[in-house]
Design a protein around this ligand. Structure first.
Ligand code: NAI
Ligand code: MG
Length: 516
């Protein structure tokens, strides 16, 4: 048989596939060992003995397999978390000792930061450079920030009047106590970071956790489990059950032994979580979808606004809950912004996560690429004009070209539904009232950004935007101390900052009649 000669197309496609032969020895060893569930401080098989595939999004190849946890495994994990919550090692641990443990874990994460970033890039498809300088760097900062909380969870002395029973004299205090066993269900777009957003404040508050990572990206959560054991946390404080949403996820959300459920993912599943939580009235935090507006005012500096708007949508392949996916541009800048964005989209270098020069990686899964391509097809069918992109890339990986649509209408699905891919819609506006109305015309309210040099306009518009975070001359900026979450159908509650820690605490009032 005649040997096939690589055509240009084949070699171009090869450049889009990760070369796994040179990965760090720690990750090579990790990928080749079996991946079990972490229950009560021990790695165990799923009760069914079954496993599922983990794929590299740049090649569609199976890179490892992990245990397929289901309802029985969730039962075991919740029982372990309950035992640990009530056990002396964790419940009586002094706040300062809990802080030391959390810092020890942060040290271990920091020591393995490059390795974790590489593993995240392989598992999710994202750029290893971004994984290191955004996902893992931010996660370390969150672990350290949360590590500072145990010694600061103060209550109050309350000056009560106590007038209801004559002759009584009262002293009253409030104190904060951990809410109990936490179930955490997370998405695949920032796997290690989302695990951190949930687990770090929960442990700082003194809770115990059952974590269910997304089935697309379970690997860095499993590495986190190994590091938690290495740091010396008591067994059962963090349990990890890998598995599918409708089985393992649903079992966790409705489990009567779970006191609080915290979820990041689609609004559709968020609604299921809320319903499932109603059974035993779990406390609920849900961080859901978005369709965040980016507003470029007439005085904006396009040298900042063009790359800013491009990165607001193309960062992480647009798989960001607060991605700036609707761009509103003051009329005088409309053509300039479109041209600038077209050039930015064209210049982005597509490549696999492990290529440090790649700027746009594959989407996380074949299903996600299908979803995104379906939206692009709907946009084209409705007459939207593709200024850039709008095609899938010929490759075994899940790449979609960075796409910019103009000539869009508010009732098009690409304008009002979350796409969760590198797809931007751009519309011109004439005045501030009009753009505020358009920006708020969404079921979502996660983020928004305003691009201007006029401080008066900032303070006029920002209070009118129904969004959990409003950025000015920046977008997608997060910090350990800054609460993050949604208005409207973008969710309930806040991640990060003091508010995240408090969401894992109950408040208890202590009222003493000392005249008795
Ligand atoms: P999803 O909401 O189905 O998955 C997120 C997590 O929920 C995963 O761990 C999954 O296993 C779990 N899950 C799924 N069904 C469940 C159920 N019935 N009960 C309990 N847990 C369940 O998100 P999916 O399917 O991966 O993505 C669909 C769309 O959701 C995306 O296209 C995007 O628009 C949106 N999304 C938004 C995210 C955000 O950060 N806000 C993150 C991921 C997806
Ligand atoms: Mg789903």
């Amino acid at each position: 048989m005649q040997a096939l000669r690589p055509t240009d197309a084949v070699s171009a496609a090869n450049r889009l596939v990760n070369d796994l032969s040179g990965i760090r020895p720690g990750n090579a060893a990790f990928l080749s060992r079996p991946h079990r569930l972490l229950i009560d401080g021990v790695w165990v098989e799923a009760a069914s003995g079954q496993t599922f595939d983990v794929r590299d999004p740049s090649s569609d190849q199976v890179i490892t397999r992990v245990a397929l946890g289901e309802r029985t495994d969730i039962d075991r994990a919740v029982a372990a978390a309950r035992k640990a919550f009530e056990g002396a090692d964790w419940s009586r641990m002094k706040p300062v000792a809990r802080e030391r443990l959390l810092h020890r874990l942060a040290d271990l994460i920091e020591a393995h930061a490059d390795e974790l970033a590489e593993l995240e890039a392989i598992d999710n498809g994202k750029s290893v450079v971004m994984a290191r300088h955004v996902d893992i760097k931010h996660a370390i900062e969150v672990w350290r920030y949360m590590a500072g909380w145990p010694t600061k969870l103060e209550g109050q002395t309350l000056p009560i009047s106590g007038t209801l029973v004559p002759g009584h004299e009262y002293a009253a205090f409030s104190q904060r106590e951990p809410v109990g066993v936490v179930g955490a269900i997370i998405a695949w777009n920032f796997p290690f970071l989302l695990a951190t957003w949930k687990v770090a404040p929960a442990l700082a508050a003194g809770c115990t956790v059952v974590l269910k990572p997304a089935e697309e990206t379970p690997l860095t959560a499993l590495r986190l489990g190994e590091l938690v054991l290495e740091a010396g946390f008591p067994k059962g404080v963090l349990n990890i059950v890998t598995g599918l949403g409708p089985t393992a996820g649903a079992a966790l959300a409705e489990h009567p032994g779970v006191d609080k459920i915290t979820f990041t993912g689609s609004t559709e599943v968020g609604r299921l979580i809320v319903r499932a939580a109603a059974g035993n009235m779990k406390k609920v935090t849900v961080e859901l979808g978005g369709k965040s507006p980016v507003i470029v005012l007439d005085d904006a500096d396009l040298n900042t606004a063009v790359p800013g708007a491009a990165s607001a949508i193309f960062f992480n392949q647009g798989q960001v809950c607060c991605a700036g996916s609707r761009l509103y541009v003051a009329e005088r800048h409309f053509e300039g912004m479109l041209e600038g964005l077209r050039a930015q989209a064209k210049a982005l270098k597509l490549g696999p996560g492990l290529d440090p020069s790649a700027q746009l990686g594959p989407l996380v899964s074949a299903i996600q690429r299908e979803r995104v391509m379906k939206y692009i097809g709907e946009g084209l069918a409705r007459g939207a004009r593709a200024v850039a992109g709008a095609r899938a890339v010929q490759s075994p990986g899940y790449y979609v070209e960075p796409t910019v649509f103009a000539d869009v209408k508010e009732d098009m699905s690409i304008v009002h539904e979350e796409i969760f891919g590198p797809v931007l819609v751009v519309e011109p506006f004439q005045d501030l009232t009009e753009v505020v109305r358009a920006a708020n015309n969404s079921i979502y309210g996660l983020g928004a950004s305003i691009w201007t040099r006029d401080v008066h306009k900032v303070f006029t518009i920002a209070p009118q935007l129904r969004a959990g975070t409003v950025w000015v001359n920046c977008h997608n900026i997060l910090d350990a101390t800054m609460p993050f979450g949604g208005y409207k159908q973008s969710g309930w509650g806040r991640e990060l900052g003091r508010e995240a820690v408090y969401s894992y605490l109950e408040s208890k009032s202590l009222c003493i009649n000392f005249a008795a």
